[in-house]
Ligand binder design. Structure first.
Ligand code: SF4
Length: 108
């Protein structure tokens, strides 16, 4: 009986340790991810970056081309499907794929 309890306790502790290790790996992975570009970042402000191009006031943003956003910009990098991805114009930061800035360059 005592052996059965000890084995069960050992298995529970091993499972708990495995879950903690997995959670720690997930946190480390997320911590290594670059930060999202803040719309108040000086370069973001200079390039009129927004996180949601659909909310842009085209009248106030003459360079805006209807239908343009980060997802169809040549500068966007990273993996398709990720909601935030690296951009060549904002090194070390992630931009929203639905965002836009005046550096938008049509894909070829
Ligand atoms: Fe988005 Fe392109 Fe501007 Fe980068 S350069 S923020 S991908 S519109």
């Amino acid at each position: 009986m005592k052996d059965a309890i000890s084995r069960r306790l050992l298995i529970q502790r091993a499972a708990g340790a495995a879950m903690l290790a997995a959670a720690g790996a997930a946190v480390r992975s997320r911590a290594a991810e670059p930060a999202r570009l803040d719309v108040r970042d000086p370069l973001a402000v200079a390039l009129a970056y927004v996180e949601d191009a659909s909310k842009l006031d085209a009248a106030k943003t003459p360079k805006f081309v209807r239908g343009s956003n980060c997802s169809n910009c040549l500068q966007l990098q990273g993996k398709a499907g990720d909601p935030y991805r690296p951009c060549a114009l904002f090194p070390g930061k992630l931009v929203a794929v639905g965002g836009w800035c005046s550096g938008w360059t049509p894909e070829m």
